[in-house]
Design a protein around this ligand. Structure first.
Ligand SMILES: [Zn+2]
Length: 443
């Protein structure tokens, strides 16, 4: 019997952020991810997401518009990883579906923490933890969580199958042989997919314009070793900032701090949140004496100590995008006890996420730091996403019959189709989808 599978993107197509897709099997649906679009929300300076309603957030383009799927039967909500553009809208949307939420331990712990901040909606959804590599059956639909490397631990690619055909949801991943913390992308499993008749893959395009291959985390650690060595030798304070959720990167910075004979101190609410969650579930080991502070009093106290003997510390703090309320921005604005002076260095172990707000925030922050005498090291970083070469390698590994570019602006989606064309995909097997419009494929 020929069944069709419906692929209905609700967010993340023609934009970077607010990822969400509904996969329909004979009138029943599996929802994959519920993300926010951070640049839309940031544009409203006083936005307090916790107290905002669904419609209000849909109107500012901050969360996916799921109206089309409401009232239909949803059997499961599947989360690929713990980045906010994949889980940030769970608190606003999931309660409307009588369905359990599946994800890896780190992903679900981060989601639960977000739900605790929710003040608008109440939740009844059950959480079902899966380990990377696990398969679960939901009303006859099989969901497999294929382990991949990304810039956050415990990322998986859901492979969703009705027994006749399967769809791979491959939004965020990289092919990194040396991720330092966590697992490598499971190439062995991915290479079996062509023999299992993979009907379609949704493949993320966030960094598809980079030639690639995307450098490994081990490569970034070597860059950091060089930069931190040079910065440390100046005798001033070394400040470093990166994504709070990037545990592997933070581990490198912590280890290298000890290597250059300094004490690392982590400061900032979101750093504390992600690091303690990773520690609680045993995803990473930090030295016992490592100090991680998020509460204002503790932050002030430790910063006073750092200011007294700058040459002894590496201050790892929030603020890599120049966020106005971050620790680094408040230091630059002279609102905290650490004062920047001539021999200090600031290492940005992150690239600027390209949108006008980040670009202007970051430019302003760098200018303030420079005026106060700091030496700036930029872009000591490698992306968590595959570039063009690695994307092509990935496609050759999994060889889906149909290619659906996702998670990206229209120009990125088109670029992915160019790669598909180079790999011999006929136009009718590549699909430039739009949010809210279904594609039906026979399986
Ligand atoms: Zn991600």
């Amino acid at each position: 019997m020929l069944m069709t599978i419906e692929i209905l993107p609700l967010g993340g197509l023609g934009e970077v952020g607010k990822n969400m897709t509904a996969l329909g099997f004979d009138g029943r649906y599996i929802l994959v991810d519920m993300g926010i679009r951070l640049d839309s929300i940031m544009a409203f300076e006083d936005a307090d997401i916790g107290s905002m309603g669904r419609e209000e957030l849909i109107n500012i383009n901050g969360i996916p518009d799921d109206a089309i799927i409401r009232g239909r039967r949803v059997d499961a909500i599947v989360l690929t990883h713990g980045h906010l553009d994949h889980i940030g809208a769970v608190s606003k949307l999931a309660h409307a579906y009588d369905a359990p939420i599946y994800g890896t331990p780190f992903t679900l712990e981060l989601t639960k923490k977000l739900l605790r901040e929710e003040r608008h909606f109440k939740f009844k959804n059950e959480f079902r933890t899966v380990m990377p590599g696990d398969k679960v059956k939901v009303q006859g639909i099989e969901i497999e969580f294929i382990p991949v490397t990304h810039s956050i631990l415990h990322t998986t690619l859901p492979l969703i199958s009705n027994g006749n055909a399967s769809i791979l949801c491959a939004s965020d991943f990289k092919l990194d042989e040396e991720p330092l913390v966590g697992y490598r992308t499971d190439r062995k499993r991915l290479k079996k997919l062509p023999n299992e008749g993979l009907l379609a893959a949704m493949v993320g395009t966030v960094r598809v314009e980079d030639p690639g291959p995307t450098p490994s985390e081990a490569h970034v650690r070597e860059q950091l070793r060089e930069v931190m060595g040079e910065a440390g030798a100046s005798g001033g304070l070394v400040l470093a900032t990166t994504f709070s959720s990037h545990i592997a990167r933070l581990k490198s910075i912590v280890d290298l701090s000890f290597e250059i004979g300094r004490t690392p101190v982590l400061v900032g609410r979101s750093l504390r949140n992600y690091c303690t969650t990773a520690l609680e579930i045993g995803l990473v080991e930090f030295p016992k004496e490592l100090r991680i502070h998020g509460r204002p009093n503790a932050v002030h106290n430790v910063l006073r100590e750092v200011q007294r003997s700058k040459e002894d510390f590496v201050l790892i703090c929030t603020g890599h995008q120049g966020e106005p309320n971050s620790v680094l921005s408040r230091i630059a604005d002279d609102q905290l006890p650490v004062k920047i002076s001539g021999r200090d260095s600031v290492i940005f172990s992150a690239s600027v996420i390209p949108n006008p707000i980040n670009e202007s925030n970051r430019r302003l922050l760098e200018t303030k730091l420079r005026v106060q005498g700091a030496k700036i090291y930029r872009d000591v970083h490698a992306s968590g996403h595959a570039g063009r070469v690695d994307t092509a390698e990935f496609l050759e590994m999994v060889r889906p019959k149909h290619l659906i570019p996702c998670h990206g602006t229209s120009d990125k989606l088109r670029l992915m189709m160019e790669i598909g064309r180079e790999l011999g995909y006929p136009n009718e097997n590549m699909h430039h989808l739009r949010n809210g419009i279904s594609l039906r494929l026979g399986g």
